[in-house]
Design a protein around this ligand. Sequence first.
Ligand SMILES: NC(=O)c1ccc[n+]([C@@H]2O[C@H](COP(=O)([O-])OP(=O)(O)OC[C@H]3O[C@@H](n4cnc5c(N)ncnc54)[C@H](O)[C@@H]3O)[C@@H](O)[C@H]2O)c1
Ligand SMILES: [Zn+2]
Length: 354
Amino acid sequence: MQSLVFTLSPGLELCKVIERMAPEGGVFTLCDSNTASLVYPLMTQDCPYLNNNTLIVTPAGDENKTLAHLSHIWEELQRLGATRHSLLINMGGGMVTDMGGFAAATFKRGMRCVNVPTTLLGAVDASIGGKTGINFGELKNEIGVFAEAESVIISPIYFNTLRKEEFLSGYAEMLKHGLLQSSESIHSLLAKDATRLDNQEMLELLRNNISVKQKIVEQDPTERGLRKALNLGHTFGHAFESWHLKSGSPVPHGYAVAWGLVCALILSHMHLKFDATLLRDVAKYVERNYGAPQLRCSHYNELVDLMRHDKKNVNATHIQFTLLKAPGKPETGHEAKEDDIKITLDLMRDLMHV
Ligand SMILES: NC(=O)c1ccc[n+]([C@@H]2O[C@H](COP(=O)([O-])OP(=O)(O)OC[C@H]3O[C@@H](n4cnc5c(N)ncnc54)[C@H](O)[C@@H]3O)[C@@H](O)[C@H]2O)c1
Ligand SMILES: [Zn+2]
């Protein structure tokens, strides 16, 4: 099982983890071009095992999560003399932990790795649960394996250099976890001004929030059933994300997820009687912090088509959703008719004043 370390002194904790793991083949670090300058120098102060000679830097941005850059990481590991007994530290957002996790899982048939997520989205989602991989042939996360990092060092101290949109994007996944956990959990997240939390408050929030994903992943590591609950808001969300991308105005993943959560709760209200007051509260919070997608009725068919082609849909004629009966009570594999999806979009526009 993946060990999670929550700390305000990540360098010291990383040092202890490395000492415990005692890698015989040396310690290597993967950063992207941003975390190499913003995070790595802070960590080296407290952790002498990190060494500039074994730092591998890959260009920042999801568009660089490619075979060419993965190949460069393998080449660097080889050139620097890494062995199967070495340790790779993936220090960055989800792009770095996805690609670094895959590089570690495949180099010399697998070396151990530790994740140090440096974005909120990375901390609450991407660095946990063992999904690793790269984009391929224009498809996201097309090639990869399930391979958990042995340890994940989670700390909010890096988040103050994140752009506000990056931070809020991660907070949307926290709202998703809150909804999957309990009424108390989602209400407490909605009561906070996400961008004004201090480090100690954020650390406690992370500890509780990440346990939601961790518990689900423990029960269903390879997404055969229960793990699909984590797709809450993502069928609509991926459609909004692709639609924005195609129209030349991309939005951060978490913004699309936040809008997707509102739609999933509307559908949950229609099909499973999810509480209308909580639905309104979530919609209000989302509108205030993330705005709303500027949809018109004439866009609905395109969105439905995008949902049909979402790779999470086993059968393209029936679009599947994860819905909620109530906070903490997800139902996966719920099918909805095209008409219900369009009514949902109508109601979302009403609720969010589009
Ligand atoms: N494996 C999973 O389960 C899973 C889950 C969700 C998302 N993902 C993947 O995660 C990626 C998205 O993650 P992300 O949002 O962290 O993206 P990212 O890693 O691309 O980081 C976003 C931007 O923030 C920069 N950055 C990182 N840390 C920073 C810091 N402390 N201060 C300032 N800037 C910093 C990065 O250089 C980058 O420019 C996608 O590739 C997605 O497919 C994977
Ligand atoms: Zn997501």
